[in-house]
Write a protein that binds this ligand. Sequence first.
Ligand code: LUZ
Ligand code: MOS
Length: 753
Amino acid sequence: MKTMQNIDSFTHVRGESLFVDDISIRQDTLFGLVFDSPKAHGIIKNVDYSKAEKLEGVVKIFTFKDVPGENQIGGILPDEPLWAEKEVHFWGQPIAFIVAETESIAKKARQLIEIEIEELPVITTAKEAKSKGSFINAPRTFNLGDTKEAFDNCDYIFEGETFSNGQEHLYLETQGCYAIPQENGSIKLISSTQGPTAVQKITARVLGVAMHKIEVDVIRLGGGFGGKEDQATPWAVMTAVAVQHLNRPVKYILNRHDDLRMTGKRHPYSSFFKIGLNKELKIVAFEAEFLQNAGAAADLSPAIAERTLFHATNSYFVPNVKTSVYSCKTNLPPNTAFRGFGGPQGMFVIESAIAAAADNLGIDRKYIQEVNLLDENDEFSYGQIATQVEARNTWFSAKEKFELEKIEKEVASFNKTNEHFKKGVSLMPIAFGISFTNTAMNHARALVHIYQDGSVGVSTGAVEMGQSVNTKMLQVAQEILGISAGKVKLETTNTTRVANTSPSAASSTADLNGKAVKLACEKLLERLVNVAANILQEEESVISICNDLIYVADKKSSLSWEELISQAMLERVALSENAHYATPVIHFDKTIEKGHPFAYHVYGTAITITTVDCIRGVYEIDAVKIVHDFGKSMNIGIDLGQVEGALAQGIGWMTMEEISYDSNGRLLSNALSTYKVPDIFSAPKTIDTIPLETAGNGMAILKSKAVGEPPLMYGIGTYFAIQNAVKSFNKDYKLKFHAPFTPEKVLMALYEK
Ligand code: LUZ
Ligand code: MOS
C-alpha cells in the first residue's frame, strides 16, 4: 500500500486553489440572483416586477417566458420547470432570475418584486403524500423466495416503524456558475458541478441549441456529497439563458441561506418492517415498505429509491424478502443524491428490525447480526450472487483485533459502577454495491497527452471535489507509464476534452475513470516500448519503463524517458491517446427486478462505543473501531480520510442533523444556528481503522476498492450504541427508531416510563 499526498494540498493550504468564485471575471460581467417562491404550494396570480425593473443597474429579469427552448430541467422524468410558470410546488422554487450590474443591486431588486399566490394545501411528509395518493412514479417491489409462506414457519415475528430524517449536504462551497459568451452563440460555463455533461445537456435543451455550443469546465468543487450531481444544473442554465440574451458574462454564486432554502437534501424516509426468525435466530423472512419523501419533483428520487431496495438487507442473507418503495411527492424542494444514495435509509430499517427482535428476545443485537451475515454464493434479493464476500471476515476480524469481549466487560463494569453515565456498544456491518444502479451509466473516458518534453497531461470525466480523485488518476498514469509524479498533470474536467460523462458519483469515479486512464496509458506505453526497442536494438518483450528510465530486462539502459519521447516525436509516433472503459458483466432487468447490477460490494464492520450523560441526555462517542475492506488500497492515506469523513457524516445524520420544515413547508433549520452539524467535539474521541487483508478485486482500479460512500453507513452503529446505553439506564424505555437520536430525544428516552 502506497500513500501519496493529495496533489492539491499545497495550494489548498495557501489558499491558492481555484474554485468558481476565484476565477478572474471579465470587466463586463453581470450578476444573477434567483427570486424564489415564498410559499410551498399555490397558483401564481400575479408577479409585479415593475419596481425592480426600474431600479438603476437592473439589466433584465428573466422568467419562463424568456426560455427559447424547453423550460424543463428534469433528468429522469420531465417534471421540473427551470422557472415556475402558473404554479409553485415548493418554498424556494425559482420563479425569476434577476441580472444586474452588481450583486447588491440584484439583492435590492429582489426585495422590490411583489407576488400574489393563491395558496393550495401543502404536503410535507411522505406518509401524508401516500395517504393522498401523491406519488412521483409507480412503486417498485423486489421479491426473493416467498415471504408469506415463510412467515407461517417463523418462531418469532416482529413488526415496527422507523423514520430517518433528511440531511443537508453543506458543501463548503455553495452552488454557483460563471457563464461567458464565446463566438457564434457558443457559451462556456465554469460550473461547480459533479455532472458536467448534465449541465451541458440540460443547458442545450433549455436554450434550444446543440450540445456542441455549450462547453462546461470544472476546476474543482469545494465538496459535493451528491448535492451537485443534479442540483448544480439550474444555476448554470440560468446564467446561460442570460448570456444568450445579453451577450455578456453572467456570474451567480448562491449565498448560504439561498442555497439551504432552494436546494434538496437527503430523502427523509418513513418505513415499516416485519421480520421473522427461527429458534436459531436465522432471519427467515423480511418485509419492508419504504416511503421516500421525494419533494416536489423527481430529480434522482427514482434511482435513489431503487438503491434503497438494493441495500434493504445490508450484509445479511435473507432467503425470503419482499421490499417495496414509494417515491412520495410532497411540497419540499426536490430531494436528491446524498452520499449513500438511499442505501443508508434502507440499511437503517433492517438494523432497526434486528434491534426490535433482539430487544423482544432479551438478547444483544449482535447475536442476530452474526448468524445472518452473508456467505459466499448467497443470493441478494435482486438476484446477484455474492462473491468475494468479506462480511464474516470483517466482522470476526473486528471482534478479535479490537478485543470486543474485553470492551464489553469494561462497559458492563462501567455501567454497574456509574449511576448517571452509561455506556453502550454496537456492531455495524456494511455491504455496499459498487456501480451506478443504472447499468448504462457505468462508463468513462480519458484523454492522455504526452508533450514533446516528456511531461504528461491527463483529462478525464472525473470531477475533483476534495475526494482526491485527481491524485488517484495521477497515480494510475504514473504507475502505468513508469514515470515520476512530477511529470503528470491533471487537467480540468471539460466537456470538450472528455464528452458524454456520467457524473462523479456512486463511489465509482476512480474505478471508471481510472480504468480509462489505465487503458490510454497502456496503449501509449505499447507504442513507446516499440520505439525504445528500435533505439536499443532489443526485443520489445524485455523493455520496460520505471522511474523515468528505460530498462532492458531489469537493467538500466542509457535511454531516458525524455530522450525516448523526443525520438518518438521525430519518428512521428502518436503521443496522445483516448480510451473508453465500460464496466463488464453488470446488467439489470427492471421488468423482473433481477440481475447483476454491481461490479462488486464493499464490506466492513464497525464497533461503536458511546457514553451517555443520563442527567442531561448528551452523549460522547468514545471510539469507533473499524475493519474495512479496501481491497488493495492504492493510497491508504486518502482512503482512511474517506472512511473518517464518511463516518463523521453518517454520525451527523444519525445523531444531530435535524432538518425541520413547518407545516406550511417553510424550512426552519435554515442556518447553521438551527442546523447542527458534527464538529470536532462531536466526532469520536478515537477512530481506528484496520484494512482487511485481502487479495483485492480486479473490477476495482488497481484492485483498490471504491471508498467514497460505504463507510458513511458505519455511522448507523452510533444510533444503536446510544440506544443500548439508554436501555441500560432505563429498563422501561421502548425502543424507537426515529433518527436523528438528538440529545433531546435521548433525554426523553432516559426518563420515559
Ligand atoms: N448516482 C446515480 C448515484 O445516478 N446512480 C447511482 O446508482 C448512485 N449511487 C450512489 C451515488 N450516486
Ligand atoms: Mo453521489 S450520492 O452524487 O455519489
